[in-house]
Ligand binder design. Structure first.
Ligand code: ADP
Ligand code: ZN
Length: 217
């Protein structure tokens, strides 16, 4: 399966994809994780992207395109992939189209009010990347990952000002991709979140069952 998980910042792309990864047997390629890791390690890529990521602005398409190509080349031949955070612009989608044919788009539809509430109280595991929320999706023990015991942290770009910018960028640059892929007749599976405290598991199960209907899971 070659798929994209699509939605606004904070819609739950990381939460869902880490939960689906094992059941689907795919490589999850999370562009933001790649950038954050390279910033942390201060690699040449990290130095290039740091200022964009800090402001919640998009990293230039040519840089992102190269990173994607390198990462896709590492996916084993018999394995599929799930892209999280790519494409984010029409130009990126055009680049992707030259490399791979996408089977399905998993679209997460979440109202803005919920997104803002979620992002400001989000925490992640330093070690395995699992996403928590100190208000709505708490770990069993405060500050500690349920899965691996790793320490939880807050992303530097999860503050109100940068969140506003990320949402704005999403609306102007990324949302038009919905029409782009509809026009190309790529199948969509849409998952709609109606309440701030709806747990991810039932929504993950519903998406997996839709994927089975499409014979992709
Ligand atoms: P979000 O929660 O906003 O979806 P991500 O972890 O996917 O966050 O991305 C974090 C940041 O990394 C973005 O705000 C942006 O600066 C950069 N980034 C990630 N993916 C892309 C992309 N496809 N194109 C350009 N910039 C990107
Ligand atoms: Zn963990």
């Amino acid at each position: 399966m070659k798929a994209i998980i699509f939605g606004a910042p904070g819609a739950g792309k990381g939460t869902y994809s880490t939960r689906m990864q094992n059941q689907l047997g795919v490589d999850v390629i999370a562009m933001g994780d790649i950038f954050r890791e390279s910033v942390k390690q201060s690699t040449p890529l990290g130095k290039k992207v740091k200022s964009y990521v800090e402001k919640g602005a998009l990293v230039p398409d040519d840089v992102v395109g190269e990173v994607l190509k390198e990462r896709l080349a590492k996916v084993p031949k018999d394995k599929g992939f799930l892209l999280d955070g790519f494409p984010r612009t029409i130009e990126q989608a055009d680049t992707l189209e030259k490399i791979a044919k996408i089977d399905v788009i998993l679209q997460l539809d979440v109202p803005d009010e919920i997104i803002i509430q979620r992002l400001t109280s989000r925490r992640l595991c330093k070690n395995c990347g699992t996403v928590y929320n100190i208000r709505f999706l708490k770990p069993k023990k405060e500050g500690v990952c349920d899965k691996c015991g790793g320490e939880l942290y807050q992303r530097a770009d999860d503050n109100e000002e940068v969140i506003k910018n990320r949402l704005q960028v999403y609306k102007t640059q990324t949302e038009p991709l919905i029409a782009y892929y509809k026009k190309k007749k790529v199948p969509f599976i849409v998952s709609t979140t109606k309440s701030i405290d709806s747990p991810p598991e039932p929504m993950v199960e519903a998406m997996l069952s839709e994927l089975k209907k499409l014979k992709l899971a």
